[in-house]
Design a protein around this ligand. Structure first.
Ligand code: HEM
Length: 186
């Protein structure tokens, strides 16, 4: 993945757990440089290794680290030069999720080797949507849960997100149910 992702992991650890935690995680994941280059591609394994090392060092399951990272990513990209792109993608969670593939297509103009995920929104009544998530990568469903929760926070909406159809059960995508307990009117 592009270094932008690893940079955000580093920044999250530094902000929320401090320099010593980051040093320990970096060493455990055998990452040599202290920082990453946003536009450079790194092996996906390095990102997975960082998450595994953070899980070990912080004594939290990898799923919890990924979910926390989802929350962080929404704030991180909005604050690191992609604020306008985030704003253009929508003013509510429902609208934003519908535009997410367009957002990544725009991101792909800056990051030409991007292998972005794909999202499909399925309307499921007034206060529910189902979200299909397709990716060339595995194991990132908890990240998506954190991202959706983080986006809901961004729009001042309240949601409960559940993985109702994991891709490990023979299907090519994960399916989430998003239930709104507070939402912006359409
Ligand atoms: C303008 C804001 C954003 C930027 C610049 C951005 C950029 C990126 C980049 C660089 C990657 C790594 C992919 C690669 O290197 O091949 C990525 C992956 C990903 N992005 Fe975004 N992204 C943005 C917003 C979002 C949002 C709001 C979501 C919310 C659902 C999201 C969901 C994901 C997921 C789930 C992945 C993991 C890759 C995978 O599933 O295979 N992104 N994004």
């Amino acid at each position: 993945m592009y270094g932008l992702v690893n940079q955000a992991v580093r920044q999250m650890v530094l902000c929320e757990h401090g320099q010593n935690a980051w040093e320990a995680i970096r060493r455990k994941a055998a990452v040599e440089d202290d920082d990453f280059v946003a536009m450079q591609q790194y092996p996906d394994e390095q990102t997975y290794d960082l998450v595994a090392a953070a899980s070990e060092a912080l004594g939290a399951p990898a799923e919890a680290v990924l979910r926390e990272f989802g929350h962080y990513w929404v704030r991180y990209v909005a604050d690191s030069g992609y604020g306008d792109l985030m704003k253009a993608a929508g003013r509510s969670l429902r609208e934003f999720l519908t535009n997410l593939d367009h957002l990544h297509a725009r991101v792909g103009l800056t990051f030409p080797a991007l292998r972005p995920p794909e999202f499909t929104v399925i309307e499921d009544g007034q206060a529910r949507i189902r979200l299909e998530y397709r990716s060339p990568r595995e194991g990132l469903a908890p990240f998506v849960i954190g991202l959706v929760e983080g986006l809901a926070e961004r729009f001042d909406e309240r949601v409960v997100v559940s993985l109702i159809g994991p891709r490990s059960e023979g299907r090519d995508h994960d399916e989430f149910l998003i239930e709104f307990t507070e939402m912006k009117p359409a």
